[in-house]
Design a binder for this molecule. Structure first.
Ligand code: ZZB
Length: 258
């Protein structure tokens, strides 16, 4: 799988992260859709997931799963090839929830880290950036957080971290419009992020359609097809230091602990 790691800058440190004061600290979600970063409304972590803060050859510190860090260390980003340098181990997702972030290409200047219970720690970096216009899982999860104050309370979220973030239309798919994730969630009557099978079906349908038939509505490639714009946007983000290429084997062991 050819992923892109997006560097979401942490704007304010808290708790144990205060040890990283003075450094460039990022949350590093893995995405297969770098062309959708215009539609980011938040970042997701697994509250019970285990993460670490890792330092890289360029001096940046990126927060991700140990598994993701190990993969990245074997792809040329570590000071010493294959070796991870962990500054803070055993950070829980809960410790990361509520962090304010600056997300490259996003329409919102500040987005927040929110909880998502369906994250697999055995895939990517265990951090996921949220694009509710085009990702049904993200749409369902954000909607649930907006509609259920008891959820926000449970995870210590304030309203300002959740409520102001409307879906940002970025890609038009003929027959689905520019909010394809919402259309699919309504069509399949998806009620929550626990409707795993329906969400999988929704994701598969919009994934293919979006890639081959979707047309960018925003950014420098507005008017271009997604399949043409995607590699260009990816390359530009990498060259601007906003993203990194990241590869992982097709089949990986699924585990919640990483
Ligand atoms: C932004 C985005 C925008 C994504 C979109 C999808 C879509 P796959 O095919 O299952 O590998 N993701 C990444 N890591 C994880 C994880 N550890 N646990 C759960 N979800 C994860 O899917 C890869 C996609 O799943 C990634 O791409 C990421 O969300 C999420 F408009 O990033 B994506 C129709 C999908 N649209």
């Amino acid at each position: 799988q050819e992923y892109t790691l997006i560097k979401l800058r942490v704007l304010e440190l808290k708790g144990r992260l205060n040890q990283l004061a003075g450094k460039d600290v990022y949350l590093a979600p893995a995405t297969l859709r770098p062309e959708t970063m215009y539609g980011q409304t938040n970042c997701f972590v697994l509250p019970e997931g285990v993460y670490g803060a890792y330092e890289w050859a360029d001096g940046s510190v990126m927060i991700m799963s140990a598994r993701g860090a190990k993969g990245l260390a074997h792809q040329g980003f570590a000071k010493e090839w294959g070796k991870v340098e962990c500054l803070i181990p055993d950070l829980t997702g809960q410790e990361l929830i509520g962090l304010p972030l600056s997300a490259p290409n996003a329409t919102y200047d500040v987005v927040y880290t929110l909880p998502l219970l369906t994250i697999s720690m055995g895939k990517g970096t265990g951090v996921v950036t949220s694009v509710p216009s085009d990702a049904p899982d993200d749409y369902a999860a954000l909607k649930e957080l907006k509609e259920k104050p008891q959820f926000r309370e449970k995870f210590g979220l304030t309203d300002e971290m959740v409520m102001p973030f409307d879906v940002v239309p970025i890609i038009n798919i003929p027959g689905y419009g520019n909010m394809s994730a919402e259309v699919m969630c309504e069509k399949l009557k998806i009620k929550s992020c626990k409707d795993v099978d329906k969400l999988k079906a929704a994701k598969e349908e919009v994934y293919l359609k979006g890639f081959y038939e979707g047309v960018m509505e925003v950014g420098p490639y507005a008017g271009d097809k997604v399949c043409d714009a995607k590699p260009k946007i990816r390359q530009e983000m990498i060259e601007a230091g906003q993203a990194l290429p990241y590869y992982e084997p097709e089949s990986t062991v699924m585990s919640r602990s990483g």
